[in-house]
Write a new protein. Sequence first.
Length: 161
Amino acid sequence: MQVRTLIDQYAAYDLWANTLFVRRLDREPAELLDRNTPSSFPTLRQTLLHIRNAEHVWLKRVRNEAYTWPAEADDAIGSLLKHCALLHDHAASLDDGALAGVVQFKDLRGNEHSSPVWQMLLHCFNHSTYHRGQLVTMMRALGMDDIPASDMIAYFRSRTE
């Protein structure tokens, strides 16, 4: 399998899975989205916004552009999808040479790094998956039902059914 195919699949999966969570959680009142539920981030909303902000930053790094944290002032959970779609579309636009290209960037603490673009993208998609797993645990702790099945195999199966 080529890196291009892998990146395309991960980008599409990331957009699909983030969409599942935003659509599901968009049905809940703000009080539930903002209820303290111990995890890496204290609320469902803050976890979704962390995913949004990270996807924004990684896109900007891949493009070698300046970024802000947070990505925007809006705290609507749906704002995640705009940034996720931008990352997806940019990843889809890259050819093999661009994916292999090395980008130098600073992390949020100011430490300098350099990585191939394909590694940066895979890291970003994996990071989002990690936090979506936390969303599942938080939703269960809050007694919620109708929790999205967001495993990658569910994504692949949804494309063939």
